[in-house]
Design a protein around this ligand. Structure first.
Ligand SMILES: C[S@@+](CC[C@H](N)C(=O)[O-])C[C@H]1O[C@@H](n2cnc3c(N)ncnc32)[C@H](O)[C@@H]1O
Length: 352
C-alpha cells in the first residue's frame, strides 16, 4: 500500500463502536422500531439491536440476523423510516456518496437519512451531497468536532449516477488486461504502488509454481498477473470485501482465466471450502499486499493459516511499507522471514 497507517483499534476498516460520531447515530435512532431502521455499511451502533436490517460491505463484519451484502440493496422496498450512514473515510468519498444514494432509495416517503461526520473530514461536502440527492439537510447536533446530519425524503427520487459508477485501469505489468473497479474497492482507480513493487520483485525470480494464492486479492491484479506469468499455475484469490470480490470475479472472467483462477469471497483462507482444498498443504507461492491498517490479532488470523496451506519450502511474498508487524506475524506462524528493501516498500519473503 502507498502508506502504512496505524492500526485502527476496535473494528474492521473504520468501524468503531466507541467513536463519538457512532454514538451520535446510536442516540438518534434509539426508540425507533428496529425493523424500520437500515444500517448502511455502518457497523454496530451501541445500544441498538444488532439483529435487524443492515447492509454489510465485508465478510469480516459480523453477519447478524437481517444482514445482507451491500450489493443486494436493489431487492429492498423503499419502506425504511431511518437509514444510517457512517462514512468510512478510507474507502473514498465516492463510496460514502453511494451509501447515501442507496439510503435515499430505500427510505419510504417521510423517512430520515442520518449521517454523522467530522467537520474536518468533509462534513460540508457530505451535507452538499445529501442536499443534492434528497433536497434538504439539517445539522441536528454538533459535538466533539462531529456533525449529525439529517435529510428527509419528501418524494420518490431517481437513482443517482454514483450508484452505477465503475472505474477501469490497466498497467504494463498486466499486458492487455483492463481491470474493472468500483467505489468501495481498494486502489480502485489504478494499480497500487506497493502492488507494482511486489510484481516487479517477483518477476525477477525464477519461479514456476503450480499453486498460487493471492491473499487479500482486491479486484485481482496479483492473481491475474500470476496466472498470466505462470500459464499452467492454478490460483486461488481470496477477498473479503464484497464490492472488490464481485469485481474480482468479473475481472477473472473478462481476462479469460476463470478455469484457473478461483475467486473466493471469504474472510481469510477458505480452508474448509471443498473447491480449494487441494491447495491446503501444497501451495507453492502466496502473493499478498496485506491490509496495513490491521492490528496484530487480525494479521495473525489472516496470515497464520498460510502455515498449513504452503508446502514445505513454499514462499509467501508480502509487500509492506513498514515490515515489522507483518514480519512478526509471519514469524509467529512459523516462517523464516527475509526482507528486501526498495525505495518506498519492503518485500518480505517468508519461507515455510
Ligand atoms: C492492500 S489491499 C490489496 C488488494 C490487492 N491485492 C491489490 O494489490 O490491489 C488488501 C486487501 O485485503 C483485503 N482483506 C483484508 N482482510 C481480509 C481478510 N480477512 N480476508 C480476505 N481479504 C481481506 C481487503 O479487503 C483489501 O482488498
Amino acid at each position: 500500500m502507498a502508506k502504512q497507517r496505524r492500526a485502527r483499534p476496535g473494528g474492521v476498516d473504520g468501524l468503531n463502536e466507541a467513536d463519538p460520531g457512532v454514538l451520535l447515530l446510536a442516540d438518534a435512532v434509539k426508540g425507533t422500531d428496529r425493523s424500520k431502521v437500515l444500517l448502511v455499511c455502518s457497523g454496530d451502533l451501541p445500544g441498538v439491536d444488532r439483529h435487524g436490517p443492515r447492509l454489510v460491505l465485508d465478510a469480516r463484519e459480523t453477519r447478524h440476523a437481517g444482514a445482507e451484502p451491500y450489493a443486494s440493496w436493489p431487492t429492498m422496498t423503499a419502506s425504511f423510516e431511518v437509514a444510517v450512514v457512517w462514512p468510512r473515510a478510507h474507502l473514498g468519498k465516492d463510496f460514502t456518496q453511494q451509501c447515501i444514494a442507496v439510503a435515499s432509495q430505500v427510505l419510504g416517503i417521510g423517512g430520515r437519512l442520518l449521517c454523522a461526520v467530522k467537520k474536518q473530514k468533509g462534513a460540508d461536502s457530505i451535507a452538499d451531497f445529501m442536499g443534492e440527492v434528497l433536497g434538504n439537510v439539517r445539522v441536528l447536533e454538533r459535538t466533539k468536532g462531529y456533525r449529525l446530519l439529517m435529510s428527509e425524503k419528501q418524494d420518490a427520487i431517481d437513482e443517482h449516477e454514483v450508484l452505477a459508477r465503475r472505474y477501469s485501469f490497466g498497467d504494463e505489468r498486466l499486458g492487455d488486461v483492463e481491470l474493472q473497479s468500483a467505489p468501495g474497492a481498494f486502489s480502485r482507480k489504478g494499480l497500487d504502488s506497493g502492488t507494482r513493487c511486489l510484481i516487479d520483485h517477483v518477476a525477477q525470480l525464477d519461479l514456476s509454481p503450480a499453486r498460487v494464492v493471492d491473499l487479500g486479492a482486491g479486484v485481482g491484479p496479483l492473481a491475474i498477473w500470476a496466472a498470466r506469468r505462470w500459464p499452467s499455475a492454478q490460483v486461488v484469490a481470496v477477498e473479503s470485501n464484497s464490492v472488490s470480490a464481485s469485481m474480482l470475479r468479473e475481472n477473472v472472467k473478462r481476462a479469460g482465466l476463470h478455469g484457473r483462477v478461483f475467486p473466493m469471497e471469504h474472510d481469510g483462507l477458505p480452508s474448509t471450502v471443498a473447491a480449494v482444498r487441494p491447495f491446503v498443504g501444497t501451495t507453492d507461492v502466496t502473493l499478498t499486499n496485506p491490509p496495513t491498517h490491521a492490528d496484530a490479532k487480525a494479521l495473525d488470523r489472516l496470515l497464520g493459516p498460510l502455515a498449513s496451506w504452503h508446502r514445505k519450502g513454499g514462499t509467501t511474498y508480502a509487500v509492506v511499507n513498514r515490515p515489522e508487524m507483518v514480519a512478526a506475524a509471519l514469524r509467529r506462524a512459523g516462517a523464516q522471514v527475509q526482507s528486501k528493501a526498495y525505495e518506498r516498500f519492503c518485500v518480505l519473503e517468508a519461507k515455510w
